[in-house]
Design a protein around this ligand. Sequence first.
Ligand code: HSE
Length: 453
Amino acid sequence: MVRDPVPSLEAFGPLPAATRALRVGMIGIGTVGGGTFRVLARNQRQIAARAGRGIEVVAVAARDLQRAARVVGPAVPVTADPFELATDPAIDVVLEAAGGTGAARDWVLAAIAHGKHVVTANKALLAVHGEQIFAAARARGVAVAYEGAVAVSIPIVKALREGLVANRIEWLAGIINGTSNFVLSRMRDEGLGFADALREAQALGYAEADPAFDVEGIDAAHKLTLLAANAFGMPLRLADVQVEGITALQEADVRGAGQLGFRIKLLGVARRTADGVELRVQPTLLPATHLLAQVDGAMNGVMVKGDAAGVTMYYGAGAGSEQTASAVIADLVDLARLDGVPPAQQVPHLGVHPHATEALPVLPHAASRGVRWVRVPLVAGQGLDALQALLAEHGVPLRRAVWASATPVEAPEALCLTEAMGQATLDDALRALAAHPAVRGPIRALPVEMLDA
Ligand code: HSE
């Protein structure tokens, strides 16, 4: 006899009496929506036992009706008009799983206006329009939940807003774009070209509809914006994030970083300093032995430093259909549990109650400080001493300077590691250096993070 491995609901004891299912209207049935539908169906009994009530998808809106019907079957009505769901009194929660920042905003605002909670994994929508959406939700007394928007499977929003609530967060640093991490890993480990590695990430369903969002660092900037707001109790400041993607990275950078004992990762960093908050997404060197440097493929990792907890680290899939569904359903369960709880007693959208939000200044890039790695192509015959002297003349304190091992004698390259220094000083020095006759080609400078305190 084949036994059902899933225990019945009754096995968990009686459910509370006044518990009809939470009724979900799903907009979009692609990677996120499809995965959510599948996991909800597969684990419905455990999920209901944990939520205290069932969670039921009662309608789906999709562009391709036939494809949607194939995914959800005949029992779930399918419409081409998302506003039908946003305004339907029989729906409690609208799950926005379509993406984009245009129409998606209108659907979400319409759902809120009709008294519905919203769940979304759409980081672009929230990083760009979050203030408006959260304000509308507060005014209407509904919740907007978005665990799936950041580092999909990792419950990092919950960790910041709830688990680490006692802490003054000092910094967080994360590999928060699965696609670009996958591309970098494939290039380093398999020697794949950038375009091939990206095509693979697209085929695996990791990339955004427009993969430029992934490889140009924009998607990571969206996520960093949400993380920084939750970590520091500050408003969403997407426009102030310093963003650089991985498209300009060269093999010589990866090799040169490795020679000095580092790995390059597309890292999002949010750090409190005496003068303001540093917010940046950039290819960054991490010591090769650092835990975050071990985060490879489409995995994500986020490290958070709190004054009480110290350093904590979170690791998990950074992209994928059911991986995102895991977070989306966690949000649905939260909503199923909190029905009837007054908004003032709910976890605030961005971690602090709005009246307590601090408009912390964001540091301009030039005002940031830190260790930098610099690769300088030199004219043959130049000495490292001369380069060191030149940099010292421009106020750049060097920790190390070596020849890049894999470059030919007629086209040498120097690899330098600075002491902690101001970015403005470095920028001035590199401008002067670029014009010097001893320099043969474009200089590359990248930040180094030790993340050891
Ligand atoms: N394109 C995103 C990534 C999906 O690669 O991280 C998850 O947000």
